[in-house]
Design a protein around this ligand. Sequence first.
Ligand SMILES: Cc1cc2nc3c(=O)[nH]c(=O)nc-3n(C[C@H](O)[C@H](O)[C@H](O)COP(=O)(O)O)c2cc1C
Length: 308
Amino acid sequence: MAGSSGLTKSAEKIEALAKAGAGAIVLKSIFEEEIVFEHEDILKEAEAAGVHLEQFDYYDFHLKGKKLSEYTSLIQEAKAKVQVPVIASINCVYSHEWVAFARQLQDAGADAIELNMFFLPSDFSRSSQEQEHMYFAVIEKLTGAVSVPIALKISHYFSNLGQMIQRLSQSGVAGLVLFNRFFSPDIDIEKLAIKPSFVFSTPAELAMPLRWIGIMANKVSCDLIASTGIHDGEAVIKQLLAGAKAVQVASSLYKKGPEHIGTLLDTLRDWMGRHNYTSLSDFRGKMSQEASSNPAAYERVQFMKYFS
Ligand SMILES: Cc1cc2nc3c(=O)[nH]c(=O)nc-3n(C[C@H](O)[C@H](O)[C@H](O)COP(=O)(O)O)c2cc1C
């Protein structure tokens, strides 16, 4: 699958990804925050110009409507151009907004909805239970509001990650994407300024989602989809062997173009041929923690042996 990124924000780019062999496309997220910030900017500008805008009306009927209609048009255009599933992605801040957004995206033809949901646990006044509850509250509202499958794309910032993944898998979502990779800060030591850190992942980042797909496979009640650090066909094979139902790629498509999907698939087909596999189900999960002959390897965390 082509993961959510700037490469999936236009119908032309989406068409190129589908032509290259993507099995599904996750659209660039629509961000509620962005809509709210834009709204605040416009209100400030209007105020400075002495124009009185009726806050609620302007936000609800004009700005939000415009952003949403651009996004629903993208869904419609993409659906007209490609045969593979088009998955809308939403990132909202306030739980009541998620529901309204999702329903409109479903009505526009989205085959599924991916929730790009992340609250950085940096609010010291909020307990881990309160933090975690926010995820379940949104999912409960959403699953009651739309009929298309919902995938939840999460981070690994949970105090008991294994239990949280298991509980989320039982919440009514059809899939969990492990893991999202976020925009992170870096420091420019000459200008003493905060700047963006590495925007693209490296192949080494495969390790974290690989461990958790491997540990959680067969212990969850929904599909697991791997994301982060998949740069070559070998990484695709590893994630499928660990138990992933599907994989998402973003950084490697930025670096190598949409055609890279064809290269990933060639490697996969070649390897399947050499191992006499004819379908993904022949080997999916064969190397998960449960199926592996060395399950402890998934939980080994210290480098003891290497340094002694
Ligand atoms: C430039 C860029 C933009 C992204 N935008 C989004 C986004 O809008 N929504 C989202 O859920 N993930 C977004 N992502 C995260 C990717 O979907 C993906 O989860 C992450 O990059 C890890 O996968 P990778 O190693 O294949 O890049 C973005 C990633 C990049 C590099």
